[in-house]
Structure formats: C-alpha cells, structure tokens
Design a protein around this ligand. Structure first.
Ligand SMILES: [Zn+2]
Length: 317
C-alpha cells in the first residue's frame, strides 16, 4: 500500500472516536446496573436488558446530530476556579443566575442534566410509559456513568493543557477494553437516594478529586517509558489503528491501583440507585404489567442521520 493510502485510512480511523466511557464500558455499566434492582423492577429490566445495554451509547451518538447535546456530557469544574466544587450552585436556576446559561452551556451542564433526567424518568414511571421508561433508563445510565469519569470534570479533558493528548481515550476506553475482564461488577443492591442533586454532586466531586492522579501518573509513566514502545498498531477490520501499546496501557493500569474499576463500580451502583429512586418516587408502579406488551419498533428506535455532523468538542481531538 502506498503512503498516501495508508495515511488516508489511518486518518479515517482516528476520526471515529468514542466519547465518555468507551462504548464497551457504557454498555457494561447499564447491563450490570440491572442486577442491582429489586425483583419488582428487575423482571422488566431483565426482559429488556438487551435494549438497556445497547442503547447505553445513544447519547454519545446524539451529540453529533442534536444541538446542545454535547454540553450534557461534562462539566469543566476547574473553569470556575478554586473551591468551585463546593461553591457551584446545585440547582440549575441558581446556577443560571450566577453564571448565565451561555457560560454553563459552554463549560458543560452534566450534573444538572442528570437531575432533569431523574425527573423525566420518575414521570415516565408514574405514567407507566414503557417507551419512555426504557429510553430514559438507558439515557440516564449514560450520563451518570459520564459523571464518574474524572476527565469529564476538567478543562484539561484530553491532557491537551499538559502535553498528554490522547489520555482521555486511554483511560476510559483502552483500559476498560483491555482489563475489565478481571473487574468485579457486582455492587450490591440498589438503594434509595434521599437527595439526588447532592448525590450527583458527590459523584462529580469524587471524580474530580481523581483528575490529578489520572494525569500525574501518566506523566510519570510517560517520562520513564521507552518512547518507541509507547504506541503500537492494531488491525481493526481492514484498517490499522495507532493505539497505546498493551505494555504501556498495562503499566498505566497497574499504577492507577484499581481506579478505573472503582469508577466503573461507582457508576453501576449509582445507575441502579437512580433507577430505583425514580420508581419509588413514582409510587412503585406495577412494572410486571408492562412485560410482554407488543412494542412498536419505530417508537423505541432512535435514528441518527448519517450525513449530519455537528461541530462539537470531542474529547480526544
Ligand atoms: Zn457521554
């Protein structure tokens, strides 16, 4: 193959980036959250476990075709300077008053969006609307998982401010894909969340506290690792892709001391807790009645126009 062709397909490949936990981890998180639910809920969720799993990635697909979607996946908490974690308004209205909607949209609205979704899912349960229950359950699972990713809470989301471009995908996609076989995804039973806003901010705070470790550890590793062995090429279908080498990824994973697994477990637990809380707040509707209803494909399926491409911030470019 000539150099031009090689460069072309290499570039094409690099353009297909994931955002948020890689697709693999998002699916796992939604899937395992189903097993935290009490029997009154789990029968329906298990019946639709494939839908809940597959559609965990819809919000990431949506951000290229729906205006305003991208902001729902992150919050640049450090944009708001010192003690922002403690002083940021927990409620959307208050936040808009202090910072204006434009600023918030620019730097991400993830925590407030999860809270909005929480209301929507509760309402769907109240109305026993099976379509909305399924779609919103899959969606909220995605956003909650994003809130547990440290690099979704910082302006330096891809290490671009510290010369570590590519770290986003390394941490949230490459590591889980390579090493999650050994993770323990059983996180116990779903529990009621007394104050969802505060619970969301607790997750954001915990994730943000991990940002320094994510970056510092990789910097240290990079300074001590033979540069020629840092990357390798992997065949995907008919193309080659430049990736962090397995040796490099393994060394990073070891140095992080279980951090990725802890954040995935925190995501699973929180997704289960929120589904459960929505259902309880809706008055514990009988979900067994919804099992086996004939469902219209069209109303369940979300379509993503292929040729529409919004210019949005990506986490790995
Ligand atoms: Zn996302």
């Amino acid at each position: 193959m000539n150099v031009f062709k090689f460069t072309l397909f290499f570039l094409t490949l690099c353009a297909t980036k994931s955002w948020g936990w890689g697709f693999f981890a998002h699916r796992q998180i939604n899937r395992f959250a189903v097993f935290t639910l009490p029997p009154a809920m789990s029968k329906l969720y298990k019946y639709h476990i494939q839908f809940i799993t597959e559609n965990a990635v819809n919000p990431d697909k949506r951000r290229y075709v729906v205006k305003g979607e991208a902001s729902k996946h992150y919050i640049d908490i450090d944009h708001y300077k010192d003690s922002a974690l403690w002083k940021m308004p927990r409620y959307w209205k208050e936040a808009v008053e202090v910072y204006s909607e434009d600023t918030l949209m620019q730097h991400g609205i993830l925590p407030w969006h999860i809270y909005k979704m929480k209301h929507a899912l509760t309402e769907a349960f109240r109305e026993k609307d099976i379509y909305r229950i399924l779609k919103l359950s899959a969606d909220i699972g995605h956003y909650i998982a994003d809130a547990n990713v440290p690099l979704h809470t910082t302006e330096n989301y891809n290490g671009q401010l510290t010369g570590q471009e590519g770290i986003h995908g390394l941490w949230e996609t490459r590591l889980p894909e390579l090493f999650s076989d050994n993770y323990d995804f059983w996180v116990g039973k779903a529990e009621y969340v007394e104050n969802p806003q505060l619970r969301i901010w607790e997750a954001i705070t915990n994730a943000h506290m991990e940002v320094d470790t994510v970056l510092w550890v990789e910097k240290k590793l990079s300074n001590n690792f033979p540069p020629a062995k840092k990357f390798s090429f992997e065949r995907k279908g008919s193309s080659l892709k430049k990736v962090y080498s397995i040796a490099y990824a393994r060394a990073y994973h070891t140095m992080l001391k279980g951090q990725v697994e802890r954040q995935i477990r925190a995501s699973i637990k929180m997704v289960g807790d929120f589904w459960f809380t929505c259902w309880l707040d809706a008055g514990q509707p009988n979900l067994d009645e919804l099992i086996g209803l004939p469902l219209e494909e069209d109303r369940l399926k979300e379509t993503f126009p292929k040729n529409k491409k919004l210019k949005v911030r990506t986490h790995e470019d």
